[in-house]
Ligand binder design. Sequence first.
Ligand code: SAH
Length: 275
Amino acid sequence: MQKKENEYYNGCCDITSDLNHSTSYGKITLIGTGPGDIKHLTKAAVEAIEECSVIIGYSTYLKQISILLREEQEKMQFNMKDEITRCETAINKSMEGKSVAIVSGGDAGIYGMSGLLLELLEKKMLIGKIPLDFIPGIPAFCSAACSVGAPIMNDFCVISLSNLLTPWEEIEKRLDFASKADFVIIIYNPKSAKRKEELTAAKEILLKNINKTRPAAIVKAASRPDEEVVITTLEHIDEFSLVSMNTTIIIGNGTTFTKDFYMITRRGYGNKYRL
Ligand code: SAH
């Protein structure tokens, strides 16, 4: 049963007769477009984009992949915060029998469009009727980490500072527990035009559990032409103008050190072997 479901969700099994009218639905493919540079799109993502007749996405992501799009493909650009409309449009297009791609930056299942689409399909009782496919993308934090070497060599967590959909009290709790547990902490959504104070508030929470000299990397626009990188320490993370909504901050754990342009978290080999 489990296997059949997985096969179905991946859109690769026959649509069986117990699924009423399902043959008339087009497949919806959720595609992670990576951190920005088209070179970081996977081959599977490129092929999936080529195969779909409707391409739906936030305007920035559609621009990033514009070189791959063909004249005859229907391109539907949306603004930020239009995520629900994007999913509903995709569902309507699928009901017209069209194959639809929803493109989403990084990986579509990490603060992206995949979960929202599934929640909506579940509400509309369409899970199991519309064929779905999920194509992984390189998350921004992987690209940001590569820009400074190897800062995520051990257990880590990602915390978004956006309180648009998550209450701030929960974010505070996660920052507190993550820093007590000595995770490498990756911060997403550190700042936006409207949210300017959260990063300093987050820093104050982390400083209760982490030394102020703990290495931190700030990476703006990873893998894009305007990429900027700063290596600093926890006490200074909120002092740089490059911190924006396109920035990822990586705060090391207790073993993290820096050397030249690199930030390195020890995996533990040195405890077990002579390096
Ligand atoms: N789905 C994405 C995350 C979306 S949340 C992923 O898999 O990575 C959006 C946040 O991701 C931004 O606020 C920023 O913190 C981070 N981000 C996205 N693209 C980035 C880039 N090119 N460089 C640095 N950070 C980026």
